[in-house]
Design a protein around this ligand. Structure first.
Ligand SMILES: [Zn+2]
Ligand SMILES: [Zn+2]
Length: 631
């Protein structure tokens, strides 16, 4: 056998753990970004192929726009706002503001994958436009501790030249804790913003002030950014809650003061813009959760996001009131509670927290288990409990399970499965559709109108959300008195240009294709890999192993045809037989010519012909992987 010809050509998923060598930057005193050309992860500039994900094509939607890799046409005195991601999607929020080559970045989030990107851990913003511009980046502001706002820091901070980060204490602690999992990334320079401290930060032409907003994590801040042509206000993910739990109400006084000085442009959270009325206060949720506590005489299992610090606090307060102990399960849940407790964002009575094992020994009516997995995540605690794969926890009759979070679009089926499975095992299940056991962290229409009234902006840009949400928010802006010509709804990669009296979207765009994180590799999974995974998931795969006698120039024996996820039925036998015949004849045809055989060409030919054949017979097009072994 000649091993060099034993070739297996399909893209193999990268092995884990592994790190893109370009992202290793252990020495923070000498970040290459500061004095060497910026390096790029492999995925940048990945060629866009005709079949790449539909959403990536939205870059080509607007005819006549040109994609610029590095947009710094030096328009003097034009303020540019560039959303790199987080528009027309929920997640991976990141944008930058630029004034005469000075840049500040707001948020560096990630997005969790959906069904159409199999095997992908995260999707992160595309920062091609900032490549080579590290010296222009004055700082990064992170509005709060949710992954869709700070989750991509470990993946991108080195590429950005490790600029200083400005954020609040809780967010800072969460970022730094997460950074521990990425030992090869540079040490971060983080500056603390206290939400109640009125200390402006001066960075080049920008003066930034923070104001406190409510959200479902404490220490969330909106930003007021004074630029030479006026003030830009960024709302952060926000709502107004006049009775928050474990937090203070949004600082409306401060916001009014900022508004009264005049606001040139408002960028405001659109996630709740399609919901009429006011978003619920956390104290309403508290009352509803208390009803459940009153009614339950078995164990209570409360599932939520580990970052919903406010909700976790509510459960702890209720547990104390109703004489229960709390067992935290799930790594992120424990970590976040510990961080929040250390910084006094959560108050936990002494002896309240117990381990899951200890919880097993207490009578059920004395126990609350708080865990992750309300989204139906495959490996989270709740799924393991439902599947009876958890080491200690099983659901018993009379247990109460509360899903205290909204469902992230795309997770509905998983959550349904989870609810059914828990109910089948005898649990009482509560979720936000049955009772308000979850309040959105986002302002609804009436709250959004209140912000318009406070800020009275000249220009308006809806941020955070799908197109329908952005559009609904734009309508609200108009109803609140913003002139239609002063509203723009941008897409990822657009360049918004603002002067004192005009707002518009540039003819140019910056790259905004997805960058995938797979294991620890960044950007090296390209569209083609995703496409292969989609193909395999949809139509299965066929491996064809053929042994070729190079001396005799003929195929030895019958080609071996292995199928996975493709066909399994009586008629498949006939198809396989026919396929074997075709493989032989294709290879023999190449042998007949009296020249050395070009095996990669033969393989390509096999792939194509067999693909067509299977498609003809089954209306499916599996991935065909030809392997030729020469002896
Ligand atoms: Zn958030
Ligand atoms: Zn968000």
């Amino acid at each position: 056998m000649n091993p060099s010809n034993f070739s297996f050509s399909p893209p193999t998923p990268p092995s884990y753990p592994r790190r893109n060598p370009h992202t290793q930057r252990p020495n923070r005193n000498n970040p290459p970004g500061k004095n060497a050309p910026m390096v790029q992860p492999h995925g940048f500039n990945a060629p866009r192929t005709p079949n790449s994900g539909a959403r990536q094509q939205n870059l080509h939607r607007q005819k006549g726009r040109s994609i610029v890799q590095n947009y710094s046409r030096d328009f003097r005195d034009v303020l540019k706002i560039v959303p790199l991601s987080g528009f027309e999607e929920v997640g991976r929020n990141m944008m930058y503001l630029e004034w005469n080559r000075n840049i500040i970045i707001i948020d560096i989030g990630l997005r969790f994958p959906e069904e159409d990107t199999p095997g992908i851990d995260f999707i992160i913003p595309n920062i091609t436009a900032l490549r080579g511009r590290e010296k222009d980046i004055l700082g990064i502001f992170i509005t709060h501790g949710h992954m869709d706002h700070m989750g991509a820091v470990p993946y991108l901070i080195a590429q950005l030249g490790n600029p200083p980060i400005f954020t609040t204490p809780l967010t800072q602690a969460m970022i730094l804790r997460r950074q521990d999992d990425f030992p090869h990334t540079p040490k971060l320079e983080v500056h603390t913003i206290r939400k109640d401290e009125r200390k402006p930060i001066h960075l080049g032409p920008f003066t930034i002030e923070a104001f406190h907003v409510n959200h479902n994590i404490p220490d969330s801040i909106g930003l007021s950014i004074a630029t030479p042509i006026g003030t830009v206000v960024h709302s952060c993910d926000f709502k107004f809650d006049f009775n928050p739990i474990g937090d203070t109400p949004a600082d409306i006084g401060r916001m009014a003061e900022i508004g009264s000085r005049g606001v040139l442009a408002l960028l405001s959270d659109s996630t709740g813009a399609e919901h009429p009325g006011h978003s619920l206060s956390e104290s309403v949720i508290m009352a509803n959760l208390e009803e459940i506590f009153k009614k339950s005489d078995g164990r209570i299992i409360a599932a939520t996001f580990s970052s919903l610090i406010g909700r976790i606090q509510q459960i702890i307060i209720l547990a104390e009131k109703y004489g229960r102990k709390v067992a935290l399960d799930g790594f992120s849940m424990k970590t976040n509670v510990e961080i929040a407790q250390n910084l006094n964002y959560i108050k936990v009575p002494k002896g309240m927290l117990i381990s899951t094992q200890e919880a097993q020994k207490l009578p059920p009516q004395k126990v609350v288990v708080m865990c992750t997995g309300a989204q139906g995540e495959e490996s989270a605690v709740l799924m393991r409990v439902a599947n009876r794969e958890h080491r200690f926890l099983t659901v018993k009759k009379n247990d109460t399970v509360i899903f205290s979070s909204s469902i992230v679009p795309g997770n509905e089926r998983q959550v349904q499965y989870l609810k059914d499975s828990l109910m089948r095992q005898g649990a009482n299940v509560y979720h936000y559709k049955m009772m308000d056991v979850h309040a959105s962290g986002h302002a609804f229409q009436e709250d959004l109108k209140l912000l318009f009234n406070i800020m009275k902006p000249k220009f308006f840009i809806p941020i955070h959300g799908q197109f329908s949400m952005l559009k609904a928010h734009a309508n609200l802006a108009e109803a609140s008195g913003v002139k239609p010509e002063n509203i723009v709804i941008p897409s990822n990669g657009n360049i918004i240009e603002i002067t004192k009296d005009k707002i518009g979207i540039s003819k140019n765009e910056v790259p905004a294709q997805y960058v995938f994180v797979d294991g620890l590799g960044i950007g090296d999974v390209k569209d083609v890999v995703i496409r292969d995974r989609q193909l395999m998931a949809k139509d299965g795969m066929v491996i064809v192993i053929t042994i070729v006698d190079t001396k005799a120039r003929m195929v030895r024996g019958e080609p071996d045809i292995i199928t996975r996820g493709f066909v399994y039925s009586r008629e498949s036998e006939a198809i396989v037989k026919e396929a074997q015949k075709r493989v032989k004849s294709i290879i023999d045809a190449h042998h007949n010519q009296n020249v050395p055989v070009n095996w990669s060409y033969v393989k390509e030919n096999l792939r194509e012909k067999l693909g067509e054949f299977f498609n003809q017979k089954t209306q499916r097009r599996p991935m065909v992987i030809p392997i030729i072994i020469e002896i």
